[in-house]
Design a binder for this molecule. Sequence first.
Ligand code: ATP
Length: 235
Amino acid sequence: MLKLSDLSVKYGSYTALHSIDLKVNQGELVVLLGANGAGKSTIFKTISGLLKPVAGQVEFMGQPIGGMPPDRIVKAGIAQCPEGRKLFADMPVLKNLILGGYVHRKDKAGVEAILEWVYELFPILYDKRNDTAGSLSGGQQQMVAIAKALMAKPKLLLLDEPSVGLAPLVVEQMFETIAEINRNGTSILLAEQNAYAALQIAHRGYVIENGRIVLEGTTDMLNDNEEVRRAYIGA
Ligand code: ATP
């Protein structure tokens, strides 16, 4: 479904990604593990069309999308839930969600249907739909950010560090919901530093260090890997 081949990305003269090979198959939940500054957000921004690769390919559903404008990439079926949520804090929750479904604005019934599903996934967002996004707790704001990305009806959802700053119990509930979104048929690429939680729900994963993929494998393999345990699980 998504295939990055030999992908390199630069900020000016600084190379942030070196020859990245990564794929997400239809129906998969794939985790991308890496420390701060490893290059996770750069991968996401490149897939979303916010950064242009200097070399290599980004393919989605068999079509090259590297360098396409971001709105066309959303229309093609990829939505990103960025790190730091990027909500309109002064706007009501509902308005934030509707903006997430902007690319489907002509399909009113379709937008209503997806809104209903999103409220089923996150019932608290229905209760808080008229409150400003900025007045919600951190965990609830993260729910709005994921829900907003889902409003674009993506085939592939990119989640950049959804657990940052959340209490352990909230993280657990959030990851259960992410697994449910995946079971409902949305493929997911999840960037995380919280390897323990992410490896419980993912099918496969990659480890990125200094802009290079240094390890890839099934979640069982990554869970058993000494380096992964030492660096990301702390055991
Ligand atoms: P984090 O979780 O801290 O966001 P990350 O794994 O997502 O980490 P990136 O944000 O992709 O890492 O950063 C990868 C590298 O690129 C880092 O060395 C970072 O300093 C550098 N970088 C990121 N954005 C820019 C930018 N706009 N200009 C120059 N360098 C950048």
